[in-house]
Design a protein around this ligand. Structure first.
Ligand code: ZN
Length: 188
């Protein structure tokens, strides 16, 4: 079985096994669990310990404590941990209870939401710009969907919009945009 780099001893980094990484990539569709960036085109992606391994060594190989993060989020989060205002855990928390999106920017509903935004730099300019590009891509599809006059084109465009909502980057921001843009005509 391929254990990756031969200088890495599995007993030192048991969570870094290639099979674990592959499973995490499949589970997250290659997206960072925190910022929803799809990072595999430009980096390997980091195995992230939701509860820092330095403070919670008993969770170091617990599957429920592992996810995939971009190097930006992983480095910002590092071993930070605040028991009174924990980072939002996308596996056990409902992020919508703590965060909401207005366009490409994210805002807090709770202290934990604010802690997560500030500590992970979720409103840093490059991240706002990346979400803006994802929203513009969705807006283009929505405009074509709304302008389409035949059912075949409409259904094809809807499938494209749906695939962006299911597997694309920044789906929290993009889905907020799409649901605001596609209002039932009867409501006006
Ligand atoms: Zn990230």
């Amino acid at each position: 079985m391929d254990r990756g780099f031969h200088s890495v001893r599995p007993e030192d980094f048991p969570w870094s096994h290639a099979d674990i990484k592959a499973a995490l990539i499949a589970e997250t569709a290659g997206k960072c669990a925190y910022c929803e960036a799809r990072m595999l085109a430009v980096s390997f992606g980091d195995i992230e310990h939701i509860y820092p391994k330095s403070m919670f060594p008993e969770l170091v190989v617990s599957w429920n404590n592992l996810t995939l993060a971009c190097s930006g989020c992983n480095q910002r989060k590092s071993s930070k941990y605040d028991a009174s205002s924990e980072f939002i855990n996308p596996y056990v928390d409902d992020p919508a209870e703590h965060l909401f999106f207005l366009g490409p920017a994210v805002y807090e509903r709770t202290n934990r939401g604010m802690y997560t935004i500030v500590e992970l730099g979720l409103n840093d300019i490059p991240r706002i710009e990346a979400r803006m590009r994802a929203i513009e891509n969705a807006a283009n599809l929505v405009a074509r969907f709304q302008a389409a006059t035949d059912d075949t084109t409409k259904s094809m465009l809807w499938r494209l919009i749906d695939s962006v909502l299911q597997g694309g980057e920044y789906t929290a921001a993009v889905s907020t945009y799409v649901s605001a843009a596609i209002q039932p005509a009867s409501s006006s």
